[in-house]
Ligand binder design. Structure first.
Ligand code: PRX
Length: 670
């Protein structure tokens, strides 16, 4: 990994001059204030929002990160009450932004597009909030959402916040099994979905997946009362031309309700439910290293402050800018930087339903050109996939409006960074490599676009209020240059508060390894200039195209097959996805390693988790390399995956012959 030798790329002078934070010195000064006087720093920001019950300065923030001192907690602005939808909509309208476009919606097919102003968004949110109320949804109830990138998805989230319901959005690429598990875990009685969606040329029948999920929930004894379905397919253009897809999904009477049958006639006003600062806002599942997903819970006031502030400074958003984040709304990036952060800043955003490759491989560039996008936020995997098509396809479009370009989800390799910077950003737009997690609520490490020089591949520096520390295996702090576990020593407003229904798991997962610190699970190194380089996960998690998953969850799905007695999964570097899944399986006596079995296993993983989790390689492993105590040595499996025979010390293995056998049995295409 390059470090201090890396070239520094300085922000464009004009961008810097007009930025909220224009120099390194200014950043340092603000950062210092955020650490030394958080009440003043966050208090000034908080005062820009509406509080129905004012902030109690005695309770501004409190926390405990040290399990030996009692339960872990993190509270901000306790005692104050507010409503997020009120702050995102009514407040902006009151401030004169009612006719401003909140979203340009760009469909999968370029012929499909629409727009929604802040005023209209508020009306639609109120309508749907009233529908939810009429179905008996109350403050604190969970609403499960399985939706594509359509305006109704944003409306649904905000309608939940209007009435104090807790939304639990599940990425609409997860299988029905995964969705069912998440519905049951959060005991949602209401589901919101759409009949289907086109992704490129592929039709996804979302409602059928929900039907299967609801059937599975029923088997578990959990009955979903209502499923509200947006009729989407009939209003969009199918890839084969302009004919509309009128094949309506079957509806179960008494349970399923068409959105269009109930929302248009609902009232456009809905008084907001005033929520306590620490009332739950939403939950979002993320993979856990034990295999069971974790319901990360974010609360109201702190999350609002943090999403709003990171959005403003990291993207340097100004009122006439047009911002576009390509992340799906089903991930945390979609929550914080498609919905909450932008709306809190009265931003105009693009909401894109499609894929970068449809109808052609220049779709991203065409959309930036069409809407004159000024801030663009995407993932390294998308950049690497698009680099393959060369520069010409990018140059066909005018991308000169771009000022800030973000990267998120995984470390960005310098080659992709440079391509992004030179070809897409014309060496003018600043790149912000934002490191953060579902759990952190918003960006925690990044450079600010007008303030700090960039290094390709380095996340950079802490955001305001965030105090990163590198620790060695023994918990000793590494000061100055060095590499270690990336942890945080104090809370910031957006850090998650608990795991839904499992505070014990929260304490053990994040706070037990190093008392007094929130542990990210990532490693990082600090170079001589103080830049932080995130090196990737140090636990048993895999990051495929920015999708985090645990080895345990894939392994348990593989061993569900009757002929697989044991499985071990490791990450293998992949040129586009960053990492891909390399699986080792030990077969039972009845099992035969052949094409049919591999196909079955791949299909099984797709069905149980989702298509994004499909293994790239499944290798036959008559035995796995284990220590005498039975622990699988993944370090060796990672070497086999990349065919690197420098395996190091294997003397602790119970049977050393296993290693040679695994190298010999690597599939030819691996
Ligand atoms: O390993 C880090 C990686 O993604 C993980 C968090 O995944 P998730 O909770 O799904 O949230 C993804 C979007 C925020 C981290 O633990 N990661 C995320 N962003 C970066 C990153 N690794 C390096 N550089 C980044 N910019």
């Amino acid at each position: 990994m390059p470090s201090e030798q890396s070239p520094l790329f300085y922000p464009d002078l004009a961008l810097s001059k007009n930025a909220y934070v224009s120099s390194s010195a200014e950043y340092q000064q603000m950062y210092k204030k955020s650490i030394e006087n958080p009440e003043e720093f966050w208090g000034e920001i908080a005062r820009q929002f509406h509080w129905e019950t004012p902030i109690d300065s005695d309770k501004f923030f409190r926390y405990n990160f040290d399990l030996t001192k009692g339960p872990i907690f993190n509270k901000w602005l306790d005692g104050a009450t507010t409503n997020i939808s009120y702050n995102l909509l009514d407040r902006n309208i009151r401030n004169g932004h009612g006719d401003k476009i909140a979203y340009y919606w760009e469909g999968n097919h370029p012929d499909d597009y629409s727009r929604l102003t802040y005023k209209k968004l508020l009306e639609e949110v109120c309508r749907f909030a009233n529908v939810l109320k009429s179905l008996g949804v109350k403050k604190g109830d969970r609403v499960a959402i399985y939706m594509p990138m359509i305006l109704e998805a944003v409306i649904t989230l905000l309608a939940c916040t209007r009435i104090g319901a807790v939304h639990s959005l599940v990425f609409a690429g997860f299988s029905s099994d995964s969705f069912a598990e998440r519905i049951t875990d959060c005991e949602a009685r209401i589901i919101v979905t759409a009949d289907g969606v086109w992704r490129g040329e592929k039709l996804l029948q979302l409602k059928s997946i929900c039907d299967q999920a609801m059937a599975k929930c029923a088997q578990e004894g959990h009955n979903v009362q209502h499923c509200i379905v947006v009729s989407h397919l009939e209003r969009v253009t199918s890839p084969s031309g302009s004919q509309r897809h009128s094949n309506r999904t079957p509806m179960t009477e008494g349970r399923d309700i068409w959105w269009q049958d109930v929302v248009p006639q609902a009232s456009t006003s809905c008084y907001p439910e005033w929520m306590q600062a620490e009332d739950p806002l939403f939950m979002l599942y993320t993979s856990g290293s034990t295999g069971k997903p974790k319901g990360v819970l974010h609360t109201t006031a702190g999350y609002l402050l943090y999403a709003a502030t990171t959005f403003k400074y990291v993207f340097d958003y100004k009122l006439n800018d047009v911002y576009w984040c390509t992340a799906d709304i089903g991930w945390i990036t979609g929550h914080s930087y498609v919905v909450y952060g932008p709306l809190a800043n009265a931003a105009t955003s693009v909401l894109f339903e499609g894929t970068p490759f449809y109808p052609d491989n220049d779709r991203f560039w065409a959309v930036i050109d069409k809407y004159k996008v000024t801030q663009f936020y995407t993932a390294p995997t998308a950049i690497r996939a698009l680099m393959k098509f060369g520069e010409q396809i990018v140059k066909k479009h005018n991308l000169s409006t771009l000022k800030v370009m973000g990267s998120v989800g995984e470390p960005i390799n310098p080659e992709a960074w440079l391509w992004y910077y030179k070809v897409v950003g014309h060496e003018k737009a600043s790149i912000v490599d934002t490191f953060w997690q579902t759990e952190t609520g918003g960006h925690v490490l990044t450079t600010l676009p007008g303030a700090l020089p960039m290094k390709p591949g380095a996340a950079g520096f802490p955001f305001f209020g965030v105090q990163p520390v590198l620790l060695d295996e023994n918990g000793k702090e590494i000061k100055g240059e060095g590499e270690g576990y990336l942890v945080f020593s104090r809370p910031w407003p957006g850090l998650m508060r608990t795991l839904y229904g499992s505070h014990d798991r929260y304490e053990v997962t994040y706070f037990s390894k190093f008392p007094g610190y929130y542990c990210t699970g990532d490693g990082a190194r600090r170079d001589a200039d103080g830049y932080l380089w995130v090196t990737g996960r140090v636990d048993d998690m895999l990051n495929v195209s920015g999708h985090l998953m645990s080895t345990a969850e894939i392994e348990s799905v593989l061993t569900e097959h009757e002929h697989v007695s044991e499985a071990a999964v490791v990450a293998k570097p992949h040129p586009v996805k960053g990492e891909c899944l390399y699986c080792f399986i030990t077969l039972s006596e009845q099992g035969t390693y052949n094409e049919a079995l591999l196909k079955e296993l791949k299909t099984h993983v797709r069905e149980r988790i989702g298509p994004f989790a499909q293994p790239d390689v499944i290798q036959n492993a008559p035995a796995l390399p284990k220590t005498r105590s039975g622990k699988i040595m993944r370090r060796i499996l990672r070497k086999v995956a990349v065919n690197d025979r420098e395996v190091g010390d294997i003397s602790t293995l119970a049977e050393t012959g296993v290693v040679e056998q695994l190298f010999a049995m690597r599939p030819p295409n691996a």
